[in-house]
Design a protein around this ligand. Structure first.
Ligand code: NAP
Length: 372
């Protein structure tokens, strides 16, 4: 099977490459690597071989692939994909970007949650598969058991999203901001006689001062947060917030009777894990122990963290979850709003299940489907 990989050196692409190597996904495929900027330069080493990079705008080279996996970004997709299809290319296109997600001919891929939707798409001849928004994927994986039991009337998700969701440069800037604040307050912090209000004043002066690096984020994120992600859409929502209802229901194949997923999306100073505080309205009163068992048993990755201080602090943070496929779900309790209202909190690595993992698993599903 000839598989073209575009965007392999970006942030999502690097994680994809790492996971494909770890999982042996290159065995039995003929992988070609493309670049928008360095065609002809040596590509990554795979299976002891290092081939020159192909031009990611070369229609002929793209048409020669049976499958294209791209993490290059929406602008590149919109540049090359329509021309490929117009020229009659009927290969499989697997994409991390949002550009084609809401097309009627596209299936969104999150196989632990929506394998029947993916299989139905393959049987119906769908050839375009897109990884969904990271926050939506991580939420659906966490509450998969409740969705499969058809217990969910609506969900409000309040998010705590990592810098990585905005890109590698934003992650770098977050660290630079932390360093800048510390550099300007270190002398005061180290002196035990300094008043905390003097330290606090120095920190806010640093954050508001000209030396604070804000070229990418636009405002301080270190020591602060940003309650706005992506562009505005109708009704006062951000696009990130809109994706929950739009992409969430498309993933579930429930566009005809959508579950309202809504909330506020907030950027915080974590590196690559998104966390979400969920208020879940159940459609009937179910004992908490049963709800926990449903969450725990739904898929291999979601697991319940007991609603206790030590377990929560140890297991339910970006520091604990980064680099892992686990989707811990904790702080589960019935709320004072009523017995049908469930509180929960979940964390996930947004570069793994939130971006790269669904793409590599789609290639595996496709190979099984085609018997290749
Ligand atoms: P990225 O890190 O900016 O990489 C995209 C491309 O930029 C690379 O493939 C590379 O293409 C080029 N590039 C230029 N300078 C580079 C450098 N110094 N290092 C590495 N690459 C460089 O983008 P990304 O965050 O991976 O996102 C890719 C797509 O996935 C986007 O559509 C995004 O919306 C989507 N997505 C992102 C996330 C996320 O959390 N970041 C989650 C889900 C989906 P060439 O090799 O062709 O030059």
């Amino acid at each position: 099977m000839k598989v073209g990989i575009i965007g392999w050196r970006g942030m999502v692409g690097s994680v994809l490459m790492q996971r494909m190597r770890e999982s042996g996904d290159f065995d039995g495929i003929e992988a070609s690597f493309f670049s928008t900027s360095a065609a002809g330069e040596p590509g990554p080493e795979v299976g002891g071989k290092r081939e020159p990079l192909l031009d990611a705008f070369d229609q002929e080279a793209l048409r020669a692939q049976e499958v294209i996996i791209t993490c290059q970004g929406g602008a590149h997709t919109l540049e090359v994909y329509p021309k490929l299809r117009e020229a009659g290319w009927d290969g499989y296109w697997i994409d991390a970007a949002r550009a084609l997600r809401m097309d009627s001919q596209t299936v969104l891929i999150l196989d632990p949650v929506n394998m029947p939707v993916i299989h139905r798409g393959l049987r119906d001849g769908v050839k375009t598969f897109c990884g969904p928004n990271c926050t939506v994927s991580l939420m659906l994986l966490g509450i998969d058991g409740l969705l499969k039991a058809d217990l969910v009337e609506w969900v409000s998700a309040m998010t705590y999203q990592a810098a990585s969701g905005a890109g590698a440069r934003h992650m770098r800037e977050l660290i630079s901001q932390m360093g800048h604040i510390h550099a300007e307050s270190a002398r005061l912090v180290e002196d035990p006689a300094t008043s905390i209000l003097d330290i606090d004043r120095q920190v806010i002066d640093s954050m508001r001062g000209d030396g604070m690096p804000i070229g990418e984020l636009g405002v301080p994120l270190a020591g602060s947060l940003i309650p706005w992600i992506d562009q505005a859409v109708d009704g006062g929502q951000t696009r990130e917030e809109w994706k929950a209802i739009a992409e969430g229901n498309k993933i579930l194949g429930r566009e005809a009777r959508p579950i309202p997923f809504d909330g506020l999306c907030v950027r915080v100073g974590s590196m690559r894990c998104h966390a979400q505080g969920l208020t879940i309205k159940l459609n009937r009163d179910v004992p908490l122990s049963e709800l926990e068992a449903l969450v725990d048993g739904a898929n291999e990755w979601a697991h319940v963290i007991p609603n206790e201080p030590e377990a929560t602090k140890a297991g339910l943070s970006p520091a604990a979850v980064t680099g892992k496929l686990d989707i811990p779900v904790g702080r589960m309790r019935k709320m004072h709003l009523g017995p049908e209202y469930l509180a929960a909190y979940t964390v996930g690595d947004q570069l793994l299940w939130g971006a790269a993992e669904p793409l590599r698993r789609m290639l595996v599903i496709l190979r099984e489907h085609l018997g290749r």
